[in-house]
Design a protein. Structure first.
Length: 627
């Protein structure tokens, strides 16, 4: 076993060295299916931008993902297919001009959409896109009046109670809804035949009883705003436009998010901007720059993952034994240090006493840090702090930022502190509790505890740490697992929780830890690996994938290593799986193990098949083979 482990570690190190870019970063793709590919075609056609070769390349990837029944899936084992995704693909292919309604594969898509309830059953984001391009009508009354953006933070609900992701997408949509703005693309057939009935209201969710209390509260607050209605309306419109433009990054995109930039472009059009406006054209080029090649096919990424890849890989390489003077580590550290944030962002409103010091997910992100990327970057540069005063200073700024983001409930969020309004969950939007707010989550809390315990000089038994541990233990599922918000799903959350608890000194025989270990071992596959389906996210209950994959196996093994003083049969079988499957190709290699928007966006990180097996193997080697 010793030699096999060493050989696989060396192979992974060599692969990562080969793939490092000259600037020290890693550019492995960040893949989320075909939604951004479809939306890019729709955007280009809306703006009358002619680039047939580019559009053709996008359609080729979309077509390659269509199932025999005419549908597209969010993930490989999704039953039948996904109606929203199929609507997006079908519409984009029609708009491309390269595929016609009468084509056999298009007829199959039509039949699937109709059988699943038509346009009315689409995700709300899909419905908004269809409305903006003239395929659906705006509802007579949109749930939120635009003047709601003027409500102060002291009001029970304000726009800063939205998560930064929801805020950056919802505000442009709100501006469009205020004008009932649409761009009617005359060259494409109307999709009215895909409504299950001509009289059906595709916005029936907005009329449900569930959200009335929320909407009533907002409208009441708006009525009490002081000022002439016309002036308030003008202020709201101006405020949203200012918000968007002040948060566009150097590449022209809004927060480096594809969807936020897509909706921002429509919002600017609604305000009279020309399709050829330099602001809009720069934003489009920023979206084009998110493209990558996957198996020879063009794909538009939701955002670029350079910081995330680089931080995780640099840490993994050092865990595998690379020293801080290794050229790969030095270049990566320089890259990361140059991208530490120095600007304030929206996070300051909830965290006013803290200086900037975090990191974002992507290279061009300068104002929207997140906790996971920040702790990942800090893990990467931590070994160098003992030699370089400038690195130690940067590290301390980042550490202060992380510690300042702890929520009042004791857990840690993804982006902003205390953005957890229960009111917002009443808004009639699918998975509102995961999209509209940014609450504490077990995975973020566990990962942050792991960082604090292993990569900071903070005492492990501080009041802040105890509160985080208490919150984490309270959120354990009855079966012993933890739910992971940003990964799939219970394996991910349990790995984060266990490694975090152990790092801050919780003993291995703690009942919660033993219960989690027992659960992990109970779901191990016969081949020694682990695999969990994205269906777990949809049902909020563990669902086996029916096969093992490298990333989830590495998470499970690493979790068990963290709590076991000696190797167990389950650990050894998991390590054996990582070794003998490391170079093989099968469908699980492409399976998404991350989630962005539950029920809509699932993420496949192409770097993960190297990072997490390398970490698990390195931890196994260090703990058990070097004694």
């Amino acid at each position: 076993m010793v030699q096999y482990v060493k050989t696989e570690i060396d192979r992974l190190i060599m692969q990562l060295r080969l793939d490092q870019q000259p600037d020290g970063s890693w550019h492995y793709p960040f893949e989320i299916g075909i939604t951004p590919d479809a939306f890019m075609i729709i955007l280009l056609k809306t703006l009358d931008i002619q680039d047939e070769a580019f559009i053709r390349s996008l359609t080729e990837r979309i077509i390659s993902r269509q199932g025999n029944n005419g549908a597209w899936k969010l993930f490989q084992d999704e039953q039948d297919g996904n109606v929203s995704l199929t609507i997006e693909a079908y519409y984009a292919l029609l708009l491309s001009g390269l595929h016609q309604e009468k084509d056999e594969h298009m007829k199959k898509a039509q039949q699937f959409i109709t059988a699943k309830g038509g346009l009315s059953e689409a995700n709300w984001i899909t419905k908004i896109m269809l409305t903006l391009t003239g395929q659906l009508k705006w509802p007579l009354i949109f749930p939120i009046p635009i003047e709601a953006v003027l409500l102060p933070p002291s009001f029970p609900i304000s726009m800063y109670d939205l998560s930064v992701y929801a805020r950056s997408n919802f505000l442009p949509i709100l501006l469009c809804s205020d004008h009932k703005f649409q761009v009617n693309i005359t060259s494409v057939p109307h999709l009215k035949d895909l409504l299950s009935s001509r009289s059906e209201d595709p916005w029936h969710d907005f009329r449900s009883d569930e959200g009335r209390a929320f909407v009533t509260t907002i409208c009441s607050g708006v009525k009490n705003l002081i000022g002439l209605p016309s002036l308030l309306h003008k202020m709201a419109v101006s405020g949203i436009k200012k918000y968007m433009l002040e948060r566009t990054e150097q590449d022209g995109t809004l927060y480096n998010f594809f969807s936020a930039t897509f909706f921002m472009i429509f919002a600017l059009l609604s305000q009279g901007h020309s399709k050829k406006d330099p602001i809009i054209l720069k934003a489009v080029e920023g979206l084009r720059a998110m493209s990558t090649s996957i198996d020879g096919q063009l794909h538009i990424q939701f955002t670029r993952p350079e910081i995330w890849n680089t931080a995780l890989i640099t840490y993994a390489l050092q865990e595998a034994g690379l020293e801080i003077d290794d050229p790969s580590i030095q270049k990566a550290d320089q890259y990361l240090l140059a991208r530490q944030h120095v600007k304030y962002g929206d996070w300051r409103l909830h965290n006013p006493q803290t200086l900037p010091g975090g990191w974002g997910f992507t290279d061009g992100n300068t104002i929207n840090p997140d906790i996971d990327d920040t702790t990942a970057a800090l893990r990467a540069i931590y070994p160098t702090t003992s030699l370089e005063p400038s690195v130690k200073k940067a590290y301390n700024r980042g550490l202060s930022y992380v510690l300042s983001t702890q929520n009042d409930d004791g857990g840690f969020p993804a982006f902003e502190k205390n953005v957890d309004s229960k009111w917002l969950q009443l808004l009639p939007i699918e998975n509102a509790e995961y999209i509209l707010i940014d609450p504490s989550t077990p995975d973020l809390t566990g990962r942050t505890l792991e960082f604090i315990g292993n990569f900071s000089n903070r005492k492990k038994n501080t009041g802040a740490t105890r509160r985080a541990v208490k919150w984490l233990l309270q959120t354990q599922e009855k079966n012993g697992s933890w739910y992971g918000r940003w990964g799939i799903c219970y394996i991910y959350g349990t790995w984060a929780a266990l490694t975090g608890l152990r790092a801050v000194g919780e003993v291995s025989n703690h009942p919660a830890i033993q219960k989690a270990a027992k659960w992990l071992m109970s779901i191990q596959n016969e081949d020694g690996g682990w695999g969990e389906s994205c269906i777990s996210d949809l049902r909020k209950k563990y669902n086996a994938l029916g096969a093992s994959n490298l990333t989830q196996t590495a998470w499970a093994v690493d979790a068990l290593i963290s709590i076991s003083p000696t190797p167990t049969p389950a650990i050894d079988k998991g390590i054996a799986y990582l070794i003998h499957e490391g170079q093989r190709s099968n469908w699980t290699n492409d399976y998404p193990v991350g989630q962005g928007l539950p029920g809509y966006v699932y993420m496949h990180y192409h770097s993960y098949r190297y990072i997490f097996p390398l970490l698990a193997l390195s931890h196994y080697q260090r703990k058990y083979l070097h004694k």
